[in-house]
Design a protein around this ligand. Structure first.
Ligand SMILES: CCCCCCCCCCCCC/C=C/[C@@H](O)[C@H](COP(=O)(O)O)NC(=O)CCCCC
Ligand SMILES: Nc1ncnc2c1ncn2[C@@H]1O[C@H](COP(=O)(O)OP(=O)(O)O)[C@@H](O)[C@H]1O
Ligand SMILES: [Ca+2]
Length: 540
């Protein structure tokens, strides 16, 4: 459709005549002479929200309707578009327009197809990984019944891999030709996302000759976007980047070609790469809950409630040293109440500022060397590093409600040893609106890097160093050696990670998701009388 072309026709929709207009901005239809009792009715769908157009077959029942009786032949086309049903929850709606002129009908279909094709950020070919054992084991059914029909409607071709074991997606991604796909979709929970993300980041670094074991190596951002169809137990990554864990909504974000950059943090132990995470890295409470819940997988998502209760009663605390590099490049802070929203300005400015500071100092470590490390020794019930809010159905605001998706920072939350009662008060604040950082035993910092060493390792290092000095090499020389520490486990995006010492660094906007972050409430503020049929009002 050329820039000049603008279609404007009188077409029938639900047996009423409408003036329908199509231009680069989108599609609108309004009543030429609005019935006074109803008030003016007009509807508008922006181009970016049109999903598909199809020629519509007219069945006998429809053709016998009174309005059509006089006409010799009828033609129709159906436009599919995204509609906001309630906050963050999207649905695919359709409107079928009728006309008598076949040529006019074809002209409309052609123009709409061209308009949809002009949306270059939309994927055409997707590689889909389904974990059949995620959550309530409904991944395959959810994909086949709710997602695949939408992909097919949007003319997206797919290659589907149903995983057969843990790390299947990760291993597979190390050999597939990524150039064949416009995106990767994972159907499952946070653990499944983690598998896909490790496969994609690992592959990108390998192709670029970057050694992931080198904690100082600058990582290469991944070009391929990842889509998440939530079918897991917590679905935190989906919830915190879309605002809801709903498979249809996520499928529509993928179809419409949304793009949300995301920070990824790397976890190393000395010169050994351990894992990446995008949501929570938690030691103490959340690590122990995860470890205990893994033995209860058969229970489904209720395993987290049982393990949570048990871990709460055990009230273990862990001694160690946390050191961190505060983030100085961002204007945000963990308690400013400025939560991350679609097209977040804090994220944009933070990325720009970080790049400038790193350029000024020649490399990112030069910039980091200018800043002062903070050291805190203590007894902790929980050490949580939140790369994003970590909102999920259990905790709708998340563990750090003002954390940002793409600002190059994580929020480091230190929960010091306190009474069971106080810890319960703290946990309850994960589920309500109250400030969860307003406790004397909780500290929170916005950081770029942090290190943790458990007390046991520090003690044993002292002994080993002494022994080494006198007797030679010991196993503490091996970065992955854990000996028999009675420390906690790390909960790393829902995957367990055992390491008594780690070094963490946030990598600003390393990956991209088919998402757009949390849409502000204004998107849904429509008068209730018009909500039932109106998709998007504003241009009329
Ligand atoms: C008495 C009130 C207790 C309130 C507890 C509130 C729990 C808030 C949970 C927030 C967790 C957010 C971090 C996300 C972790 C997920 O990655 C992980 C794995 O998810 P999945 O692969 O989909 O299974 N989930 C957990 O670790 C569950 C933690 C639940 C703790 C009770
Ligand atoms: N076919 C499979 N069999 C067993 N484990 C698998 C399979 N496919 C993926 N996994 C692993 O299952 C783990 C949990 O998956 P996830 O989708 O997060 O489910 P849940 O949300 O229920 O924890 C992930 O670590 C993933 O690697
Ligand atoms: Ca962040």
């Amino acid at each position: 459709m050329g820039d000049r072309i603008r279609l404007s026709s009188s077409l029938l929709l639900e047996q009423r005549a409408w003036q329908v207009i199509l231009d680069r901005e989108g599609l609108e239809w309004s009543q030429p002479q609005p019935p006074s009792a109803r008030g003016e009715e007009s509807f508008s769908v922006p181009t970016s929200e049109i999903i598909a157009v199809e020629e519509t077959e007219i069945d006998e029942k429809q053709s016998n309707r009174r309005k059509w009786r006089k006409m010799s032949k009828r033609h129709a086309f159906t436009v599919y578009y995204m509609k906001r049903k309630r906050p963050h929850c999207w649905r695919c709606k359709e409107a079928t327009f009728w006309c008598v002129d076949e040529q006019l009908c074809n002209q409309w279909i052609q123009a709409l197809k061209e308009l949809i094709d002009s949306q270059t950020s939309r994927p055409k070919r997707l590689l889909v990984y389904i974990n059949p054992f995620s959550g309530k084991k409904q991944g395959q059914r959810i994909y086949e019944q709710k997602v695949a029909p939408l992909f097919s409607l949007a003319s997206i071709s797919t290659e589907v891999v149903v995983t057969e074991h843990a790390n299947h997606a990760k291993d597979n991604l190390s050999e597939v030709n990524l150039a064949n796909y416009d995106g990767i979709v994972c159907v499952g929970g946070d653990g499944m996302f983690s598998d896909v993300m490790h496969g994609l980041i690992g592959r990108t670094q390998k192709d670029s000759g970057v050694d992931q074991n080198d904690p100082t190596a600058p990582l290469v951002p991944c070009k391929t976007r990842i889509g998440i169809i939530p079918a897991g137990s917590t679905d935190c990554i989906c919830y915190a980047t879309v605002g809801i864990n709903d498979p249809v909504t996520s499928a529509l974000h993928i179809i419409l070609g949304d793009s949300q950059p995301l920070d990824v943090s790397s976890v190393h132990r000395n010169k050994t790469f351990l894992k990446y995470f995008v949501s929570l890295l938690g030691y103490g409470f959340y690590g122990d809950v995860l470890k205990d819940s893994e033995e209860k997988r058969w229970m489904g998502s209720v395993r987290y409630d049982f393990a949570g209760f048990k871990t709460f009663l055990s009230h273990h605390y862990y001694e160690g040293t946390v050191s961190f590099l505060p983030a100085t490049h961002t204007m945000g802070c963990p308690r400013d109440g400025r939560s991350c929203k679609t097209k977040c300005r804090v994220c944009k400015q933070s990325k720009r500022q970080l790049e400038q500071l790193q350029k000024f100092e020649k490399d990112r470590h030069g910039y980091d060397r200018r800043n002062q490390w903070h050291v805190i020794r203590g007894k902790f019930l929980a050490i949580n590093a939140a790369n994003m809010s970590c909102a999920c159905p259990r905790s709708p605001k998340g563990l750090s409600p003002s954390a940002h998706l793409a600002d190059g920072c994580a929020d480091l939350i230190l929960v010091h040893k306190c009474s069971r009662f106080n810890f319960l008060r703290y946990l309850i604040r994960h589920t309500n609106e109250d400030d969860q950082f307003n406790f004397t035993f909780v500290e929170v910092y916005r950081i770029r890097k942090f290190h943790f060493t458990s007390q046991q390792l520090e003690d044993s290092d002292d002994i080993h160093n002494m022994q080494k000095k006198h007797f030679g090499r010991f196993c503490s020389d091996q970065p992955t050696c854990c000996c028999t520490f009675s420390g906690s486990t790390w909960n790393c995006d829902g995957e367990t990670l055992e390491s008594p010492a780690i070094q963490v660094e946030v990598h600003c906007q390393l990956i991209k998701l088919f998402a757009r972050g949390i849409e502000p409430p204004s998107k849904y503020e429509e008068s209730p009388s018009m909500v039932q049929d109106r998709s998007y009002v504003g241009r009329l």
